[in-house]
Design a protein around this ligand. Structure first.
Ligand code: GAP
Length: 546
């Protein structure tokens, strides 16, 4: 029987634990919510994803360099970046259960519930509704507010003349969802916390634990973790654990530009930890309190930002798709409503078992960040461009514009595991059989080759170790002599090892081995000296980068 998305997701989570990919942090103390540890295979896979990103961004681009800035930064950085005043979530507490929720997520769950009626619409009617919905969401804030007033005053809820596509009851339900979505967006945009609370009350949203609607007011809650700098708490300064790696790049813009003699356009890349006190942490490693980002800020001439935004949008999707993921698993979500500092933004979304969700953001951030740091630090953040413009004069001094690509490493890890996980039915009329397979791209696989002596005697282990000693300088190898050979193959399938090499009695006579390919389970008899070339041909970074 086909598994539901929910079951499949649960299976991936338990597989990740069973085989040493991801463990809950401090598990023996019942864990720490939304914090995870990567195990022996997880850290290898994570490192391979990092390497793929670093090579694609830094090694393959002559004009991109990488840095590793500190997690602690001067507190003024976060004032300048807007995080102290604006990096907030609107929170509400239920007085009975004492549980805290993100107000917008309570409302989003309600919207989903109201939209669930769409499942009963025909495909044609669903499309009609979606175009109606897009029409409303694309309106200006003023027009949306007018539409809401009209919606509230309507005596008949069915706008039959314009939308004769469903019965009144279903339409009423779905339209209520749309109205709530519009009202929530308007309230969030204007930071109208009282209105968010009113919506929670009006739509009769209850706490899933206490089942009551006994709510506090909505309050802003800053997502940054803070700690004391210095040995003594008294008299020491409050510092933050960085909530994004990007600011470490902005504050080093001039250091890197000058010391590396970089010419615009150029990029600075960085991989590192970020920390956010997420209130609603869910879906395993999708939303964590301690996570890793891979970010690149690309500094460009003002006026050339649109061109570079389009370039990075395409380049980043290509990076994802080179891994062989089906193209319809990915989509862009272009932001209609932009943050005040951005003039374009898009998310690369992947279809997780719980729906399409953001994995990476590409943002055209104008000169906002550098200008803010210039203002707060009093240091010039300008670049002198001596290339000639159309009039034959140097472009001169300016604060560069920035295109940012920002991908969550842990989300990419989750995506990779979900995409690779497969439970295959290998049953024949004679025999029930199955295997669990991680169909990882060979370049990402934690272990590239497993080496098995067929038996523990007759000099086979010694020969197998001899082969391993040749291969281990270039490939991550494991040696395994326990269990029947079929069982050893299955274990390697489950952790995504692309090749298994078996040493048998014939090996001792003619220096040949069998090599088994993970995906096809095909076995070939080859000479030992061919092993390196065959493995290299599949696991090389060239396959992803070229
Ligand atoms: N500098 C831009 C920036 O930080 P963001 O959209 O807040 O933008 C970028 O974060 C990426 O970081 C997201 O696309 C997501 O993959 C990842 N990310 C953000 N918050 C996360 C969290 N709490 N847990 C895991 N990954 C997260």
């Amino acid at each position: 029987m086909a598994k539901t998305n929910d079951e499949q997701f649960k299976n991936v989570i338990s597989h990740a634990k069973e085989y040493g990919f991801v463990f809950q942090s401090s598990e023996i103390y019942d864990g720490l919510s939304a914090v995870y540890d990567y195990g022996q295979l997880g850290s290898e896979l994570k490192n391979n994803i990092k390497t793929y990103w670093w090579k694609a961004m830094v090694q393959m681009h002559e004009n991109i360099v990488g840095i590793d800035s500190a997690i602690f930064m001067h507190p003024k950085v976060w004032k300048a970046s807007g995080h102290v005043d604006g990096f907030n979530d609107p929170m509400i507490d239920n007085k009975d259960s004492k549980k805290r929720y993100r107000a917008d997520q309570l409302l989003e769950n309600k919207i989903d519930e109201l939209y669930s009626e769409l499942a009963n619409f025909s495909e044609e009617n669903k499309t009609k509704f979606e175009s109606f919905q897009h029409g409303i969401l694309a309106k200006s804030d003023e027009d949306q507010a007018t539409w809401i007033t009209g919606f509230r005053n309507e005596t008949t809820v069915l706008d039959a003349a314009q939308h004769p596509f469903v019965d009144e009851a279903s339409w009423k339900f779905v339209k209520k969802g749309l109205a709530l979505e519009v009202e929530m967006n308007l309230a969030l945009k204007s930071e109208n916390l009282a209105q968010l609370k009113d919506l929670i009350v009006d739509y009769k949203i209850i706490c899933p634990i206490s089942k009551t609607a006994n709510w506090t007011d909505v309050r802003q809650f800053n997502l940054m973790f803070s700690t004391q700098f210095g040995a003594m708490a008294e008299g020491s300064d409050e510092v933050y654990l960085r909530p994004e790696t990007a600011q470490g790049i902005f504050v080093n813009f001039l250091n890197v530009q000058k010391s590396g003699r970089m010419k615009i356009p150029f990029g600075i890349a960085q991989i590192g930890k970020a920390f956010r006190n997420e209130v609603i942490a869910r879906q395993f490693i999708m939303r964590m309190r301690e996570f890793e980002q891979m970010e690149m800020q690309f500094f460009v001439r003002p006026g050339e930002d649109k061109k570079w935004f389009a370039y990075w949008k395409e380049a980043r999707l290509k990076w994802h798709q080179a891994l062989g993921t089906s193209p319809d698993k990915y989509r862009f979500h272009d932001h209609v409503k932009l943050a005040h500092y951005a003039n374009a933004a898009t998310d690369i979304e992947f279809e997780f078992p719980f729906g399409f969700k953001e994995v990476e953001g590409i943002h055209s951030r104008t000169d906002f960040d550098l200008t803010q740091h210039q203002e707060f630090s009093g240091k010039k953040m300008q670049y002198f461009d001596n290339d000639l413009n159309e009039e034959g004069k140097p472009y001169g001094n300016y604060v560069p514009y920035v295109i940012e690509t920002s991908i969550g490493l842990d989300r990419m890890f989750l995506l990779t595991m979900i995409n690779a996980f497969e439970e295959q039915d290998l049953s024949t009329p004679e025999k029930q059989d199955s295997r669990t397979l991680l169909r990882l791209h060979p370049a990402l696989a934690p272990i590239k080759v497993a080496i098995f002596p067929l038996t523990k005697k007759d000099g086979l282990p010694e020969k197998a170790r001899e082969i391993m000693d040749q291969l281990k300088f270039d490939f991550n190898c494991v040696y395994e002599e326990k269990d029947a050979i079929g069982k050893r193959y299955r274990r390697m399938d489950a952790i995504g090892t692309p090749f298994c090499v078996t040493v048998d009695h014939q090996t001792l006579e003619d220096n040949t081995v069998t090599i088994r390919h993970r995906d096809t389970m095909e076995q070939q008899r080859i000479e030992i000296k061919e092993l390196h070339t065959i493995i290299e041909g599949k696991v090389s970074w060239r396959n992803l980068l070229a």
